[in-house]
Design a protein. Sequence first.
Length: 425
Amino acid sequence: MSTRTDQLTLNVNLQAFGQRPSAWQFGDDAADALITPGHWIASAQAAERGLLDAVFFADQPVLHNPNPRPGSQLEPIALAAFITAVTEHIGVIASASSTYNDPVELAERLLGTDVVSGGRLGWNIVTTYNSRVSGNFGGGETPARAARYRRAGEFVEAVRAVWGAAAGDGRFRFDGEDVRVNGRTALGPSAQGAPVLFQAGGSEQGRELAARHAEGVFSVELTLPRAIENYAALKRRASALGRSRGLPRITPGLSLVIGSTVEEARRRFDEFESRVPDGYALGSLSNVLAHDAATLELDAPIPAEILDKPWDPDEHPTSAGYRLTFLDWIQERRLLSVREILRDFGGYGSRIIVGTPEQIADDMELWFHSGAADGFNLMIDRFPEGLVTFADEVVPLLQGKGIHKREYGHSTLRHTLGVAAFRAD
Ligand SMILES: Cc1cc2nc3c(=O)[nH]c(=O)nc-3n(C[C@H](O)[C@H](O)[C@H](O)COP(=O)(O)O)c2cc1C
């Protein structure tokens, strides 16, 4: 089966109360809403109403929340099992770290959940740079990027070996440098064979991993030209490795604040922003600059020596892809003051559109038809209402353009995404 390329791949990143850091301060959600079933049911059902392909969960395997906002503490594979039980069609893509898991145990947990969900699970492969995590696993320093990705490559092969065994005689064996497994699984394949593979992480090593294994990629892209360049490069790399045409599906994050007029959207955005603590974005800016942004003069541009400082991705622990993309974006604004940069940083890690349903649908179509994206991982300002607005106002426009489905034709996530059944080799 060749990959379907005429329609958007649309996932939604279910981030707690919403992507806006102040989302939890609006509406009448109870303080404990994130640990009640109702919140997740309402958000997942809104996603299904919009005929989205999947809901997506990030995961930081760390038991404390450093942000001045409530975050979900629920583990994504547990949430996936729950969400697929209260919905009919939509898939769930759960992030899980290859640095801090055991491959056989994770392979079985993912496949088991895929089996009971009727083949609606995806795994987003992440390598985790968050330095707070390693302590949770009894460790000291976070392994360097090269070591994390070396393990990730072997880890994915070991997971695939287990899934392949589930479709065969149950026996698996993989001998790598860091990862060695040899055993037997009692599980059989799911309705889609095994979970869909997504990947997030845009360094050279991250792209290699995606080109080799991923059916979908969650990327960070801020400008159309750079997105087109990266899109073509990744498809070329995957094709050179013998992957099917169209793989992997590339879905950059896209943050949305929707209003029926531009003014209304802007008002909604300003209301969210007015309740974000001062300096909230300084941490992200510090990551991008590899420099403590709190020491910068707010009303002056970022000094050239900081912007132009050569850097070695291997020495920079956070995401190389994210950093490069944002540095590009900041370079284009190098005459703006730090205060102005922080104001425009509104996507908090993704491109943002504050606008009408028409503007949003036109923009999505432009990126799709320009060869910049196969779809998007949507970042919604506040759940579930922002997602209901997307489903009711933007989805019909996308359908009118012929780039979004009108119904779910099939029940497995692989069918919904138009990617082939799992094969171990
Ligand atoms: C868009 C995006 C989403 C990510 N989501 C997660 C996540 O949910 N959990 C996690 O541990 N790491 C996450 N990461 C971190 C990556 O897995 C990786 O460790 C990091 O980005 C460094 O790799 P890179 O330089 O290849 O980007 C994410 C990275 C990106 C770019």
